[in-house]
Ligand binder design. Structure first.
Ligand SMILES: C[S@@+](CC[C@H](N)C(=O)[O-])C[C@H]1O[C@@H](n2cnc3c(N)ncnc32)[C@H](O)[C@@H]1O
Length: 254
């Protein structure tokens, strides 16, 4: 069984589209800051694309070619169903692959040497695909190291957990907080931990309070995905009633 994709994911995403509108708008706004047309980007590779439930077709249309990878056999036909028509109108070639793009990352990068690479809500899922958290952390570190010299981005879970009440929309007392920005701090060392905590942006403290977290949240082991200095967007994702994810998104240029 696929712990982060498959039929349950498609059903859940289809059913919650309306509740995820604000989250998808935040993701679209973040993606819009990397307009492919300015760079005449030839190709986008999406790892963990699934059906692209949270991706705007309009942004994908800026590429000459979109190549997707997912382990889930339902991902390719559903991605074509959701984005195929829009991509045909922009003459964007679409190739959807059912494959493990992380174990074979070097081969994927060699086959697509000039492509931008988007890890689309997949790096935060690796702890569910890996036997131990230490191994998941090592795997994430090895993936990001292999991306050196490439233009790549990732949107991924940072934390997730229960909330007080049902967070939704952008209005009302339990509304999802607006997207926040920060800059990735250097990796903490034993002597710098307290300094990093002391300099954590005030806005992020407010963001975490606005998520109305209850109890302990799950750490998705993604705190070192981005190199120090990367601009990071923080996005609230009301995954289901009473359960929310804190997404982080950023782009790295060579
Ligand atoms: C949370 S879902 C991603 C959702 C997707 N980006 C969307 O918007 O619909 C995570 C996806 O990553 C895929 N995945 C996990 N490990 C993978 C791997 N090694 N290679 C390719 N896809 C992978 C899962 O099958 C799943 O569809």
């Amino acid at each position: 069984m696929n712990p982060s994709g498959g039929l349950f994911w498609h059903w859940h995403a289809w059913r919650h589209q309306a509740q995820w509108t604000a989250t998808c708008a935040d993701i679209a706004q973040w993606l819009g800051q990397m307009p492919p047309s300015q760079d005449k980007a030839p190709e986008l590779v999406i790892v963990g694309a699934s059906a692209g439930w949270m991706l705007p077709s309009s942004w994908l249309q800026g590429f000459a070619t979109v190549t997707t990878f997912d382990l889930d056999r339902w991902a390719a036909p559903l991605f074509r169903l959701r984005h195929g028509a829009a991509l045909r109108t922009s003459n964007t070639a679409l190739q959807c692959n059912t494959a493990d793009a992380l174990t074979d990352l070097d081969a994927v990068l060699r086959a697509h040497p000039r492509a931008w690479v988007l890890f689309d809500n997949v790096l935060g899922q690796l702890r569910f695909h890996t036997p131990s958290v230490d191994e998941a952390s090592r795997r994430i570190a090895s993936i990001t190291k292999r991306m050196h010299g490439r233009r790549w981005g990732s949107v991924h879970d940072a934390f997730s957990g229960r909330t007080q009440g049902h967070i939704q929309g952008r209005t009302g007392s339990s509304s999802a907080p607006a997207m926040q920005r920060s800059v990735q701090a250097p990796a903490p060392t034993s002597t710098s931990t307290s300094v990093a905590a002391a300099t954590r942006p005030v806005a992020l403290g407010r963001f975490s309070r606005q998520l109305h977290a209850q109890g302990e949240w799950l750490d998705h082991l993604t705190d070192q995905v981005f190199p120090a200095g990367t601009p990071v967007h923080h996005i609230a994702w009301p995954y289901s009633p009473g359960y929310c994810h804190w997404l982080q998104a950023g782009w790295i240029s060579p």
